[in-house]
Design a protein around this ligand. Structure first.
Ligand code: SAM
Ligand code: SF4
Length: 350
């Protein structure tokens, strides 16, 4: 009897046999990759990008087939979760081809989850197809429920379109987590209303501390709101009960007793979570960043393109993971004006 190979009926592609998992020098197994499929975006969020951004020439990008090959190489080496991000992933032309082809690894059981982080602008169009490709959970980034403020934060975003996207995603059966970057003096007072709104619609809600990534027009220190402070202010209105819920990501969760919903905090500055880090990030040009907050990187595009065999690619992946640093060193204060790393979040992928 030959080996049983599970083939995806949509693509005709298979999941190759598993090889040894990738484990870093601190014993952390790499089971989660975040893949930025484009550095472009139809928004210009003030904390993420400057208004005038220089984007990569399209020719530098990995093709969708190359992205699939790279993701597949990681799946054979122990990746269980893939998050597709960007820039705005859903503005990349033909992106559903990638979701469709990755779904074979969900069908075969090699991969547990494909998720996506999106600004929601294209969700109304793609929600059903995402669900059809086996996506079950998505993150929608939304920092305010006020349409005017939304326009100020995103510069170019259309609030009504994002709301329509959320409606369609829920109709398609996708579980949604709303991610909001906590911005001092911008959305801090709105946090309780956002929590009630998200939980009222059956969605999880997570707040994120702003990180010093890339040059932007404003000073980070003017945007930065420590989540220790936000959390303390929420106690005036809510009872927060510790929860053991985990998604594989860095958020720590509580249950809000009054709403029954889940609330997450991503605190790269006030509570470093690097000791449990199971993830690496890949950019749309095939650069592997072993840590969001460090400059060291490995080029996977050259070995990928050098040969049809994956031998050189696997060696490059192993060498890179052997250099994964212990953690990041983010600092935001009045004396530190430089970003921790020069690249924007939209390059590395959030
Ligand atoms: N465009 C998609 C979106 O906005 O969801 C995906 C990419 S975006 C870079 C991913 C996440 O990173 C978003 O939730 C965004 O709010 C967050 N983000 C961007 N720049 C950030 C920064 N400097 N600090 C903290 N979070 C940031
Ligand atoms: Fe675009 Fe997302 Fe960055 Fe906003 S946070 S500019 S939506 S990539």
């Amino acid at each position: 009897m030959g080996d049983i190979v599970l083939m995806n009926i949509h693509t005709g592609l298979e999941t190759p046999a598993a090889a040894a998992p990738l484990v870093d020098p601190f014993g952390r197994a790499i089971s989660y990759i975040r893949v930025s499929v484009t550095d472009r975006c139809d928004f210009r969020c003030v904390y993420c990008m400057s208004e005038d951004m220089n984007f990569l020439p399209k020719g530098d990008l990995l093709t969708l087939e190359e992205l699939d090959r790279l993701c597949t190489a990681f799946v054979t080496r122990g990746t269980k979760q893939i998050r597709i991000t960007g820039g705005e992933p859903l503005v990349r032309r033909g992106i559903m081809t990638l979701f469709r082809s990755l779904s074979r690894h969900l069908d075969s059981g090699a991969l547990e989850e494909v998720t996506v982080t999106t600004n929601g602008s294209q969700l109304a169009r793609y929600a059903r197809e995402l669900a059809d490709c086996g996506v079950k959970r998505i993150n929608v980034s939304l920092d305010t429920l006020n349409a005017d403020k939304f326009r100020d934060i995103t510069r170019w975003g259309d609030f009504a379109k994002v709301m329509e996207g959320i409606d369609e995603a829920q109709k398609a059966g996708l579980s949604i987590k709303i991610n909001a970057v906590a911005l001092k003096g911008v959305n801090d007072l709105e946090a309780p209303d956002m929590i009630r709104w998200a939980h009222g619609r059956g969605m999880d809600m997570t707040f994120i501390e702003v990180m010093p990534l890339g040059e932007i027009e404003s000073a980070r220190v003017d945007q930065y709101l420590p989540l220790t402070q936000l959390r303390a202010s929420l106690l005036d209105q809510f009872t927060l009960e510790d929860s053991s819920y985990k998604t594989g990501g860095p958020a720590r969760y509580v249950t809000v007793k009054e709403t029954g919903g889940r609330l997450g905090f991503i605190t790269p500055l006030t509570h470093n979570f690097c000791e449990g880090c199971n993830r690496v990030r890949i950019t749309c040009t095939g650069t592997l960043y072993m840590c969001l907050g460090q400059e060291d990187a490995a080029d996977l595009r050259a070995p990928l393109r050098a040969s049809e065999s994956n031998d050189a690619l696997m060696t490059a992946m192993e060498e890179a993971i052997a250099r994964k640093p212990k953690g990041h060193d983010f600092v935001i204060d009045r004396t530190t004006s430089m970003p921790a790393v020069g690249r924007h979040m939209s390059v590395t992928g959030g």
